[in-house]
Design a protein around this ligand. Structure first.
Ligand code: ATP
Length: 359
């Protein structure tokens, strides 16, 4: 690649204002170390953008993002946006749909030194991101939830063959890069015969295309139990939107909580680093949020960009970020309170950036 990578910085709300700067700090340190050129573009979004510019997603944002390779999006606290303001929209669905960010990749990895239910989990969810039950994702206009009578609500769930096939392919391709080379499809085709049935059919087709990858299927309710009892048996888990949303939070709980749950929303041309956690208004502004999830989401973006653009320095920068984070966790001195430490968000970010520099 003979140009600089272009990456947007969208801080989001609440703890986003604390964890995103640490993420950029670590990404910058890794890029500096490997000689990777990155141009950074901060863009206003969320509550701050609404207060300053009158829009949570200011006009022109998509035009600008069109010119970037990817971006870091902090958590969005849309529940607290003013309900009666048409310009106070939730930017998430617009970004996900506009850029066809169909695969939401959410790893759950445990670390021996940290307080967690399990010390030996290393699995990764590939969750369909643009279809399913959430009403913001399943219709072109309006809401996919409606109330025909005061006593009845109907929630529509969309499953498409191309959407299922795309996310299944992403899961199998990801499994090829991992040592255990295994994909588990999670659904409930015994009950949702058409919707989950279609999803399962597409997963099975992909399994035929990837004979080097072990493949099995687990019903979503059984998966809840198996995940809690023996999560070590899973490698890559592919599933539909809402099942993936719930189960990936369960997996985060197994390895130490949402502060340890990174994520990447990836599409054909661009990807968005986005931690699994929300904007956590209960702890915002106190410098106690764990920056791990957001930093490692940035790390996933770095790796994705490296593979997408054939840029070995970005791949190397991602490896450095991961190794630096692991060394800080292993040292155990600069950890935020949720990990049993006393460090602030900034101190933990500083420690990871410093570790990148000395690796
Ligand atoms: P959303 O619906 O937007 O995903 P949520 O309602 O699931 O959000 P979160 O904002 O993710 O809620 O917070 C859930 C809990 O996890 C809160 O108690 C919060 O403080 C905690 N939490 C979330 N992120 C972090 C973090 N980075 N570090 C420490 N604690 C966190």
């Amino acid at each position: 690649m003979n140009r600089a990578l272009k990456i947007g910085i969208l801080e989001g709300d609440d703890i986003g204002l604390e964890v995103v700067p640490e993420t950029i700090k670590v990404m910058r340190a890794a890029a500096h170390k490997t000689g990777l050129q990155i141009e950074w573009f901060p863009l206003p979004i969320g509550r701050k953008a609404f207060d300053e510019l009158g829009y949570t997603l200011p006009p022109g944002t998509l035009d600008k993002l069109d010119t970037y390779d990817g971006w870091v999006l902090g958590p969005i606290g849309h529940q607290a946006y003013p309900r009666d303001q048409p310009n106070a929209i939730n930017p998430h669905p617009i970004l996900r749909k506009h850029y066809d960010l169909f695969a939401n990749i959410r790893p759950a990895k445990s670390f021996p030194g940290l307080p967690a239910l399990y010390k030996d989990v290393d699995l990764i969810f590939v969750r369909e991101n643009n279809e399913g039950f959430p009403p913001d994702r399943n219709v072109f206009m309006g809401s996919g939830e409606f109330r025909p009578t005061p006593e009845m609500t109907i929630s529509v769930r969309i499953i498409t063959r191309p959407g299922s096939s795309k996310v299944a392919r992403a899961a199998f391709e990801l499994a090829r890069t991992r040592p255990r080379k295994k994909v588990t499809a999670v659904h409930k085709d015994t009950v949702f015969k058409l919707g989950c049935g279609m999803f399962a059919e597409e997963c099975r087709k992909l399994a035929q295309e990837f004979p080097d990858i072990a493949f099995d299927e687990v019903m979503v309710d059984t998966m809840g139990m198996k995940l809690v009892m023996r999560p070590q048996q899973f490698d890559v888990i592919v599933t539909t939107n809402t099942f993936g949303d719930i189960l990936s939070d369960v997996a985060a709980g197994l390895v130490g909580g949402l502060g340890l749950a990174p994520g990447l929303s990836a599409g054909p041309a661009r990807a968005m680093a986005q931690a699994t956690h929300g904007s956590a208004p209960d702890i915002a502004g106190r410098q106690i949020a764990n920056p791990y999830a957001m930093i490692m989401s940035g790390q996933m973006l770095m790796a994705w960009l490296g593979h997408k653009h054939g840029e070995p320095r970005a791949v190397q920068a991602a490896q450095l970020m991961e190794a630096a984070m692991e060394s800080v966790i292993k040292a155990g001195k600069m950890l935020t309170p949720d990990l049993g430490g006393k460090a602030s968000t900034r101190e933990m970010g500083d420690a990871v950036a410093a570790a990148v520099a000395v690796l």
